[in-house]
Write a protein that binds this ligand. Sequence first.
Ligand SMILES: *Cc1c(COP(=O)(O)O)cnc(C)c1O
Length: 461
Amino acid sequence: MSYLDEIRLLEESDKRYIWHPFTQMKDWTGEKPVIIAEGRGCFLKDVHGKWYLDGVSSLWVNIHGHRKQEIDNAIREQLDKIAHSTLLGLANIPAIKLAERLIGLTDKSFPGLTPRLSKVFYSDNGSTAVEVALKMAYQYWLHKGVSGRNSFLSLKNGYHGDTLGAVSVGGIEIFHSTFSPLLFKTHKASSPYCYRCGFSKTFPECSLACLKEMEEILKNHSPEIAAVVIEPLVQAAGGMIIWPEGYLKGVRELCNAYDVLLIADEVATGFGRTGKMFACAHESIVPDIMCLSKGITNGYLPLAVTLTTDNVYNAFLGEFRDLKTFFHGHSYTGNPLACAAALACLEIFEQENTLQHMEQKSALLADKLRDISGLLHAGDARSIGLMAAIELVEDKSSKRAYPWEEKMGWKVAFNARETGVLIRPLGNVIVIMPPLGIRDDDLNLLMDLIKKSIITATERK
Ligand SMILES: *Cc1c(COP(=O)(O)O)cnc(C)c1O
């Protein structure tokens, strides 16, 4: 069989057997799929040998680039020992070392701040990290002898994963409305979305009116609320909404004042994405529970952690017969291969000074965005660290969005693919999230090609 025949068979089998996530399969089966065969650094190669820039870090998980020698080796070394054993009733070496390392990392990122994160609960993806957090917070109050904390306060435009608990605290209408009969009740506060402010105000003259609204909800409902659940600093899947200064700190203060726990879902923002190791560090706050996943293994293997404090952990301590045990766990919890990859990933941050180099790269990205923001249909261009978004609008002065049926974001992404860039939009929002290790010239190229793709999609009819 010739190589081209082999590729054709792969394409056919993909369409015959795979149901792709978040994908209208009727569209998919009518198109030619890009089948990835290889990766190196910030590039992906398809089966035809065409190279693409990985403009969204393989859906936000890659940090240091693909085929990172140190991580490849760490996994191989662990493979020579054992691939998997369980954390239910047993411990394993990489899981122990990684937990210690993660707590060291939070201590370093939040020096001298309270509360202190001190315990690590493992699971295997961002959604499960959030499920763990929700159940932990709920059961914490039961153990404290406080009943009625059956609800959560979360934000409009928030996204915390696709399992039903995570969807319940989510706030993206098109993802969540279908399942609403299955979801538990939550309180929703406005998103601090300055470009489309729900209060028609402007920062900083608004004095954070959105935060006042959150306070009103807490004033009236805090006895029902186990925790406030947020994506600190950036609501990622909701459209890369970057918060105004002071909002995050304000949320922490409200949680203290009304005695509810704070869950920070750093699944997207964690591991340097925003320029600091954790987004919470930008406003010097520490949550009571923190969820991490995506970047943790450099996108090599599925792994997640839910970190918490002695205060939460201690509430679960008791005699066996008291049934205070946290009844939750997954088959692949604390997988040794994934933990070994994560340890190597964290090591690279130090060896390559990843965070120090990001300052200049973030500035370069911001510069390029400023230029793109001048385009006729670029309504807003925003970034923090190496997380960036361009919100496309049909009419710039009224901020009128393109009708979603027009798939303008997708048109830009398809144009970009032709030029050798892989990106995945969120509606009308073009997301740019390259690996943190991207070289300057590759970042320049990425931004120039995206700019061209936007012009082709929006200005040339
Ligand atoms: C991606 C994401 C999740 C879900 O993670 P999965 O690994 O896809 O389940 C949760 N929270 C945030 C903030 C995310 O960006």
